[in-house]
Design a protein around this ligand. Structure first.
Ligand SMILES: [Fe+2]
Ligand SMILES: [Fe+2]
Length: 237
């Protein structure tokens, strides 16, 4: 006679189902990463000078667009503002990605190292590493200097990335990545924009789509099993 009861099997099936889903998704994402990943250093022409008269960010997304001040600015001043705002967003991107890399490292620390789930997390860390170097190189080339976040946010994030619970981390990832992603999807196809900025945003959009998928599915799985306090806390954050 089997030492297991029917409820034992049900519990086992319920526990293994999400794990199988998780592995299947990670395997597909790994396969896509092998086919469509980019090395920005060789993929983009970093030596080409910026083209005069081209924008660094779509004007409609620049903070002053449509204001009375905007209407008094010359075209050159507007483009210059777009250059600074692109550098500011790229700085935000590096800050955000450095936080994310640490969250991902913490996420995999206790997980089976040969699983596809861990393999994809390591792939994503490698992607973010290249992205951050790419953003920094773009900022250096645009000559604006960097735009760090205010000190208080910088320090708040230091605490968050150290103590944040896992569903909270994935919720924050989605929030950050989806907002930036929306702007970049408007930027890379736009012919008014500097080719280098278009190239940077194109690479980022392609690789981020996988990150968003990974985070969304993981958040969904974790919310199902998270204790009530954690679900409430994640909603709040
Ligand atoms: Fe990224
Ligand atoms: Fe990402």
């Amino acid at each position: 006679m089997s030492p297991f009861t029917e409820p034992d099997f049900t519990r086992l099936r319920d526990a293994l189902g999400p794990l199988r889903d998780r592995e299947r998704l990670a395997e597909r994402l790994l396969e896509a990463s092998r086919k469509h990943s980019y090395d920005p250093d060789t993929e983009l022409d970093w030596d080409a000078p910026f083209e005069p008269g081209k924008w660094y960010w779509p004007p409609e997304l620049v903070s002053l667009y449509g204001t009375p001040l905007w209407s008094r600015m010359s075209e050159e001043q507007r483009i210059d503002l777009s250059r600074h705002e692109a550098a500011s967003l790229a700085s935000l991107g590096v800050w955000f990605e450095v936080i994310l890399m640490q969250l991902l490292v913490r996420h995999v620390y206790d997980k089976p190292l040969t699983s596809h789930h861990v393999g994809y997390a390591l792939t994503e860390i490698a992607d973010e590493c290249r992205h951050s170097m790419m953003f920094a190189r773009l900022i250096r080339k645009s000559g604006t200097g960097e735009y760090p976040v205010p000190r208080v946010y910088h320090n708040l994030a230091r605490v968050l990335k150290t103590v944040s619970t896992t569903p909270g981390s994935f919720a924050a990832t989605l929030l950050g990545e989806e907002i930036l992603d929306w702007m970049q999807r408007l930027t890379f196809p736009d012919e008014r924009i500097q080719p280098l900025v278009r190239g940077v945003t194109r690479i980022h959009v392609v690789e981020e789509a996988r990150h968003v998928r990974y985070a969304r599915e993981e958040l969904r799985r974790q919310m199902v099993t998270a204790p009530r306090w954690e679900r409430e806390f994640t909603r709040l954050s």
